[in-house]
Design a protein around this ligand. Structure first.
Ligand code: ATP
Ligand code: MG
Ligand code: MG
Length: 406
């Protein structure tokens, strides 16, 4: 019998039917955070069996996956054991053991996107090198190994200078800015020193940050979502506006850069391409995520096919769905922890309370085990008949405007 209990952690349901109308393939996701949770939600609509691997027993996806396995996706043995139980492995985080995935691929495990792609992306320096070799426009960059090479980079690129960790970066946590030569050593120290592999990028004085979600099917066909604008707060994605308010020419250029970048990588699935738009109309690549992405959360409510459903369709080899918007405008607002523990929870609770009264607002609470400052705790997507109306609805949700909007 089906037991939907959230306590059924690590226990597999024994009700396998011989046939599934869509796919009998068991999809294993490395990671069980909010992206995994939203993949599980999409899978549930189509009754696709999804297994998740995450170190947390009560991770956001754990209660929704067909089978949640507790284990470290960065530990080769855990990944190997997990992969044995799946017909196909995909990711919701790129910081996984890609070397093990490559070995497993050689043994016949189906990994989408390919381990080679995850290997390139998870090392941001390697990623930049890869895209520069493929003629994708991006900010100049170079590796630094010691204070002398950092100073050389500073005199070459000028200040401010962006210093980044090559690995394990997310939400800007692996980035530090040096505003002068004197600040170089403290910025490097803030990232953990030269023991962590670092590189630098020329500062890009962008006018906007844009993002394109690209889907690629197993047959290689590519489909792009509309260009969106991402607005960051403390290096963390905070607000996404869909569609982006930029000239048609810029949209075309963004789609072109995004498609070119994705075409240089192997495997099926969703890829998010983060871009900088400069004052003189250039579109430069910031980074690519080889998975569903924060800048595509809005697609759940605003597009005919969400990025999560599209990812499943892509990795399973099903026809890709329609990525176009079914609502004229949408804004996604990340609920970032404003405080630790109870006080932070109270503020989030108040925000959600206001969101419940806003027309067109959909609430996503990830149910993470604890509230932390600047942690992504949930998000709210507001849709509406025009961007101005959606913006007014956002203002009323944030209490910036006392007047009711409809
Ligand atoms: P994510 O959560 O998107 O994976 P991350 O930790 O990988 O974040 P980046 O995307 O490298 O970090 O950078 C975070 C933000 O820092 C960017 O969205 C942008 O606002 C700013 N930034 C990054 N690189 C540069 C640059 N070269 N010049 C100016 N600003 C930059
Ligand atoms: Mg990143
Ligand atoms: Mg980024």
């Amino acid at each position: 019998a089906l037991t939907g209990s959230a306590d059924a952690v690590s226990s597999e349901r024994k009700d396998d039917l011989p046939m599934h109308v869509l796919s009998n393939t068991k999809v294993g996701i490395l990671g069980g955070g909010q992206l995994g949770k939203m993949m599980c939600q999409a899978a549930s609509c189509m009754a696709i069996k999804v297994l998740t691997l995450d170190p947390l027993e009560k991770s956001p996806a754990s209660g929704l996956s067909y089978c949640h396995v507790v284990g470290d996706f960065n530990d080769g043995e855990a990944v190997r054991e997990f992969a044995k139980r799946c017909d196909l492995v995909t990711i919701e985080i790129e910081h996984v053991d890609a070397v093990m995935l490559e070995k497993l691929e050689q043994q016949g495990i189906d990994c989408q996107p390919k381990a080679s792609t995850i290997k390139i992306i998870q090392d941001k320096y390697l990623q930049k090198y890869h895209f520069s070799q493929h003629g994708i426009p991006l900010p100049e960059f170079m590796q630094i190994d010691n204070i002398e090479s950092a100073e050389r980079a500073g005199s070459l690129y000028g200040y401010p200078l962006m210093i980044k960790c090559r690995r394990l970066a997310y939400d800007g946590r692996g980035n530090a800015v040096a505003h002068s030569k004197e600040e170089l050593s403290s910025a490097v120290a803030a990232l953990g020193g030269f023991d962590r592999a670092l590189y630098v990028e020329r500062w890009t004085p962008f006018v906007k940050e844009l993002s394109v979600i690209v889907a690629r099917g197993r047959d290689g066909c590519i489909s792009c979502y509309p260009v969106v604008e991402t607005i960051h707060k403390n290096n963390i994605c905070h607000i996404v506006e869909a569609p982006a308010d930029v000239p048609e020419k810029i949209k075309e250029l963004s789609l072109d850069v995004a498609q070119k970048a994705v075409s240089s990588l192997e495997g099926a699935g969703i890829f998010a391409v983060e871009l900088f738009l400069t004052g003189d109309g250039q579109v430069l690549l910031n980074e690519v995520a080889p998975r569903p992405h924060n800048s595509g959360h809005h697609t759940i409510e605003s597009c005919y096919t969400s990025q999560y459903e599209q990812h499943l369709r892509a990795v399973l080899g099903l026809p890709l769905g329609d990525p176009s918007m079914k609502t004229p405008a949408a804004i996604m607002y990340n609920i970032l922890g404003e405080d630790e523990g109870e006080p932070g929870l109270r503020l989030a609770h108040e925000l959600i309370g206001r969101a419940l009264k806003v027309p067109g607002a959909s609430i996503h609470w990830y149910d993470k085990p604890d509230m932390r400052k600047l942690r992504k705790m949930g998000h709210i997507t507001i849709t509406g008949p025009s961007m101005n109306i959606v913006k007014a609805r956002l203002d009323s949700m944030l209490n910036k405007d006392q007047s009711e909007t409809t």
